[in-house]
Design a protein around this ligand. Structure first.
Ligand code: NDP
Length: 282
């Protein structure tokens, strides 16, 4: 029977430590001010913003939300980013995803100062991530590594299979795991015979956003299964993994909810603090 990897518990523990770090920064007159730009009225974005604000407040971080209209122009967005880049008080900036169609997201991301890029999405920070000398880590990937470390699951030489190649989850996670000497495969919708890869995985990460994608027959005995997916089904939040089916086969498994989700929000706050310290030469 698989052991649960309790992301909620770890997030609480790390939040306690982070709160102390924030206190220490404030004693020195440094305020980790975090700015989120939200464009439009996507309902799940509103929910994420609320959760982030709550978690930020719990550790003493000030989060400011810049709410822009659904039909906001690219120029106005770039002007706002410029203003936040230049504002000495601002330590971290992120754009809440998704953005409306008229927005050129890549151009907007390129505009964010790399030293304030909380999500690690600017081209230079992505390059640094793959080069292995980064100063900020994408929150979900950071949270997954923190969870593996906490349960002393070593990545060296392990066969890791990641389902999903997005810029916010799959690709950065692959970069960080490669850095830890794992052998990494990234699968996506055009991958033929998904199960031939997943069955060989010592560590299987699913970040597809497809409920029921990973069934027991796709998982090797004693594998570590990390479920990043968040799907709504019959009013419930579930992951990509058939939890009940895979649990008896896995050595470790993350629940949904209570796995990677809480760690992602916590890790985001850790990145704000890391950027604040770096900005002030600490
Ligand atoms: P994207 O939609 O950007 O990416 C999904 C990726 O999964 C794509 O690369 C896609 O392939 C691949 N994929 C989708 N379906 C399949 C399939 N049937 N077989 C193989 N590959 C597949 O999503 P995100 O990366 O933003 O998020 C992924 C999931 O993780 C979502 O459920 C999201 O809600 C959740 N999430 C959870 C977080 C947490 O904290 N727990 C944080 C961030 C995201 P292709 O590129 O070919 O389209």
């Amino acid at each position: 029977m698989g052991q649960l990897l309790d992301g909620k518990l770890l997030a609480q523990k790390r939040a306690g430590k982070l709160k102390e770090k924030v206190k220490d920064l404030k004693k020195r007159g440094l305020n980790p001010l975090f700015c989120v730009i939200n464009i439009g009225d996507d309902p799940s974005s509103q929910l994420y913003l609320k959760t982030k604000k709550k978690r930020a407040a719990e550790v003493g971080i000030e989060q400011q939300v810049y709410q822009l209209a659904q039909n906001e122009t690219q120029n106005n967005l770039l002007t706002l980013i410029d203003r936040l880049n230049q504002d000495e008080k601002v330590c971290g900036i992120m754009i809440q995803l998704p953005v409306p169609d008229q927005i050129n997201l890549n151009e907007a991301l390129e505009h964010i100062s790399p030293s304030k890029d909380v999500d690690c999405l600017t081209p230079s920070n992505v390059g640094r991530l793959w080069r292995g000398d980064h100063f900020v880590e994408p929150a979900t990937a950071h949270g997954i590594l923190a969870l593996l470390d906490y349960y002393q699951i070593d990545l060296r030489g392990q066969n890791v299979v990641i389902i999903g190649r997005s810029s916010i989850v799959g690709k950065p996670l692959a970069a960080l795991m490669l850095e830890r000497d794992a052998t990494v495969s990234i699968l996506h919708t055009k991958t033929k015979h998904l199960d031939e890869y997943t069955r060989k995985a010592d560590i299987l990460v699913s970040a597809a956003g497809q409920a029921g994608l990973i069934t027991a027959d796709m998982v090797k005995d004693d594998a570590v299964v990390i479920d990043v997916g968040i799907n709504r089904q019959n009013g419930k939040t579930i992951g990509d993994v058939d939890f009940a089916g895979v649990l008896p086969k896995a050595k470790y498994i993350t629940p949904v909810p209570g796995g990677i989700g809480p760690l992602t929000v916590e890790s985001l706050m850790e990145q704000v603090v890391a950027l604040t310290r770096r900005k002030n030469g600490r």
